[in-house]
Design a protein around this ligand. Structure first.
Ligand SMILES: [Zn+2]
Length: 66
């Protein structure tokens, strides 16, 4: 099970304390959807979502919507 970073939406393991993508420390259990960005430079989805780092992201986190 994962929790999602409130800042960038990255999905991290529940025991993680710092987001590996943005360094944020605020996480939410309220998230929906998963998008996997493998190659941000080539990915249409990455451009739409403004993701610049290859990772797994939630599509929606709390009140935050990608
Ligand atoms: Zn983050």
């Amino acid at each position: 099970m994962f929790k999602a970073c409130r800042t960038c939406g990255a999905l991290v393991k529940r025991d993680a304390e710092v987001c590996p993508v943005c360094g944020g420390t605020s996480f939410s259990d309220d998230w929906d959807g998963i998008v996997i960005i493998l190659d941000p430079k080539e990915s249409y989805v990455a451009r739409i979502l403004g993701r610049e780092k290859a990772y797994i992201y939630a599509i929606r986190v709390g009140g935050y919507t990608a």
